[in-house]
Ligand binder design. Structure first.
Ligand SMILES: [Zn+2]
Length: 226
């Protein structure tokens, strides 16, 4: 279900062209072949600056770094396919200004402002999971806002592709998170993998796997738009 009916035809053209081009490995020419800026996605790399998020159990890698790297891969995929792409965080810094008290609130508020200004068709907030009481848990997990049919459909599309990558049968979950509640645009939180799981951590440290995760998320979003 599309939120902006006005652009539904253009959106479908973008999605189908992108699927076609990706199927044939011609992503590079996609930008020239589909209507520019027919569709907008906001890509939100979780955490940053004073807030590293969770850290890898073995490598101590910061979640914030992996989030940004996956967002940059997603940015390339969406931009090559002709989407207008808006990033919240573009570097390792947070969005809170000075590192003074209340920084987390200011950081989240800034993310909300960027989303509202962009008027996106989808918001993808990228995170990594952590579950210390069961380190065997692994794979991508997508969250959506309760009673948000568009968000749920978007989450289902992405979850299916991530399940394909991890070989698991996880369902998207309802989540009560600021990044979902702060906007009425279809939004999801994508926990790409578990930094508490040694296998996921090892994979997420490689560029090759991060590209695979990004491609799975991208294809899931296209399935939602189509
Ligand atoms: Zn996180």
């Amino acid at each position: 279900m599309l939120v902006f009916k006005r652009s539904a035809a253009a959106a479908l053209a973008v999605a189908l062209a992108a699927i076609f081009l990706f199927s044939f490995g011609l992503a590079g020419i996609a930008a020239a072949s589909v209507p520019a800026e027919a569709f907008t996605v906001v890509l939100d790399a979780g955490h940053g600056g004073l807030d590293p998020g969770v850290v890898g159990g073995t490598s101590k890698v910061k979640e914030s770094e992996i989030n940004l790297k996956i967002v940059r891969e997603l940015e390339k995929l969406f931009a090559d396919a002709g989407f207008r792409v808006v990033l919240t965080r573009k570097n390792e810094g947070g969005l809170y200004g000075l590192p003074t008290s209340g920084y987390k609130r200011r950081d989240m508020q800034k993310r909300r402002e960027i989303i509202e200004e962009a008027r996106p068709n989808a918001v993808i907030s990228v995170h990594q999971n952590n579950f210390l009481s069961d380190r065997s848990r692994r794979g991508g997990q997508v969250f959506f806002k309760p009673n948000d049919a568009s968000g749920e459909a978007l989450a289902a599309g992405i979850q299916a592709r991530l399940n394909g990558l991890s070989g698991q049968e996880l369902s998207p979950l309802r989540g009560d998170y600021f990044m979902l509640n702060c906007t009425e645009y279809p939004s999801v939180i994508v926990e790409c993998g578990f930094l508490s799981n040694a296998e996921d951590e090892k994979l997420l440290l490689t560029e090759e796997y991060r590209k695979e995760v990004a491609l799975a998320v991208f294809q899931g979003v296209l399935a939602f738009f189509a």
